[in-house]
Design a binder for this molecule. Structure first.
Ligand code: 9WN
Length: 442
């Protein structure tokens, strides 16, 4: 059943209040306490939210993030912006990106990894929502940002895909979905990891620590950062020597959708033939790469562990990469839609709402309250909703929007939700959840 007009209006007001509450002027905290800095893919979603309130502010969000872009083209996963009153661990001293000549000059402080490139989708939405009177200004701002986005995609298509496979290699679980069971085996192989001494801050900020990654995870996450730092964040050296290299089908799918979005904006941005041709090549290569990871038996797309030379065969949200890429052919689409509504995913009888959980309840690593190991993340369902609309599955897309809004109306503007009860988990007042709520209630 769809949410009422009153509920939509209430959600809209609440979502706008969360964005305003987390607004730091020219960038937005990912959440008020747990995540006090500017995160990369959060910022992209947040820009979509701002676009419904103020398109100029939405552009500023992206411009501020890209101001911290590395010389390699990488957009860092986190820009440290909050002052010392807002502790977050690990902070800039742990990353020490001054080890890399490609890192931005002080006072800009960032991490040395990246997150899925949702930014072009945000730019596309901003332009769609720009009122006529604002078009000249926003168009000229897009023209400045666009080449930086092409450069960002170039980084992913080259440094992160030296094999030219069309698939992006992720270097760290913090490149999006931290404790997803997708990384378990690769992390288990790291047996002697012992990072320097550290104190976590997150577990004192989330009342129930079982909603967060374990200390075992953190030991490995931090040890991996130490290795990246040792290699001075040099992608070629990392590729030769570092233990965690995974062809991530979800990340790759977002890059495909993002390349299509940049092509769609090419006229607005006044892009030249070179950029258009390059984007088309990346798009074709990405689609072919993703198609090569599709398993016809299970209907899922499969990550690949480059170091171990192993497929990662797990039922998680990432298996729907062909849908997220908006490029599934009709056979894949039919198989994925069947699977999506099967008992392994949205059709599981205990689910509170028919939304895509981060891991299948039928998967052995599934934990209903543990972060990326089972809970429902609104932003992931937003990506699915947008993809289904673009693939012509608007009825199923409408249900995802409506169920997502019901979940948020009942549970609040939280970070993620327990799939069986709908209880809000993690951080309250999460900016990107507010942002997708604004997009869904427009
Ligand atoms: C580490 C900010 C970020 C999201 C990630 C999510 C979580 C951070 C953390 O929060 O990760 O980057 O401290 O757990 O996993 O996707 O961007 O919302």
């Amino acid at each position: 059943m769809s949410v009422t007009a009153n509920t939509r209006a209430m959600l809209r007001d609440r979502a706008a209040a969360v964005l305003h509450g987390n607004d730091a002027g020219s960038w937005t905290k990912a959440s008020p306490v747990l995540y006090p800095h500017q995160w990369s893919w959060d910022s992209a979603f947040i820009a979509i939210g701002w676009a419904h309130l103020d398109v100029q502010r939405a552009m500023t969000e992206l411009e501020q993030l890209f101001a911290a872009q590395w010389a390699t083209g990488m957009v860092p996963h986190l820009v440290f912006r909050a002052g010392p009153d807002h502790p977050y661990f690990p902070g800039p001293e742990w990353w020490d990106t001054s080890a890399s000549p490609a890192a931005p000059a002080p006072p800009v402080k960032t991490t040395g990894i990246c997150q899925p490139p949702v930014h072009a989708l945000a730019l596309q939405r901003i332009w769609q929502l720009t009122p006529e009177a604002r078009q000249p200004e926003i168009r000229s701002r897009i023209q400045v940002l666009y080449p930086r986005m092409v450069n960002w995609h170039r980084y992913l298509a080259t440094h992160r895909d030296p094999e030219a496979s069309g698939l992006v290699t992720t270097f760290h679980p913090w490149e999006g979905t931290d404790n997803s069971p997708r990384w378990d085996r690769a992390l288990e192989r790291i047996t002697v990891a012992k990072p320097g001494p550290y104190t976590r801050v997150d577990t004192s900020e989330v009342p129930d620590p079982s909603q967060r990654p374990t200390n075992w995870d953190y030991d490995r996450f931090l040890w991996l950062v130490e290795q990246l730092r040792k290699y001075r964040y040099d992608d070629a050296q990392i590729y030769r020597e570092y233990p965690f290299l995974i062809k991530d089908v979800f990340f790759s799918a977002i890059l495909i959708a993002a390349n299509a979005a940049l092509l769609d904006l090419a006229d607005v941005a006044g892009a030249g033939d070179d950029d258009r041709e390059q984007l088309t090549r990346w798009l074709d290569r990405g689609r072919a790469g993703l198609a090569s990871r599709f398993d016809t038996q299970t209907g899922l797309c499969i990550d690949y562990d480059v170091r171990a030379g192993e497929d990662i065969r797990l039922r998680t949200f990432a298996g729907f990469a062909p849908l997220f890429a908006r490029s599934a052919d009709s056979g894949q689409r039919a198989a994925q839609l069947r699977l999506l509504d099967s008992e392994d995913f949205c059709g599981h009888p205990r689910l509170r709402w028919r939304l895509l959980p981060s891991a299948s309840p039928a998967e052995s690593g599934f934990q209903p309250h543990d972060y990326w190991r089972g809970p429902v993340w609104p932003v992931i369902n937003w990506l699915l909703w947008e993809a289904l609309n673009m693939l012509g599955c608007s009825a199923r897309a409408d249900e995802i929007r409506s169920d997502s809004l019901s979940q948020i109306a009942a549970g609040g503007i939280g970070e993620y939700f327990e799939p069986f009860t709908g209880k809000q988990l993690g951080s309250p007042q999460q900016s990107w959840t507010a942002a997708v709520t604004l997009d869904w209630t427009a």
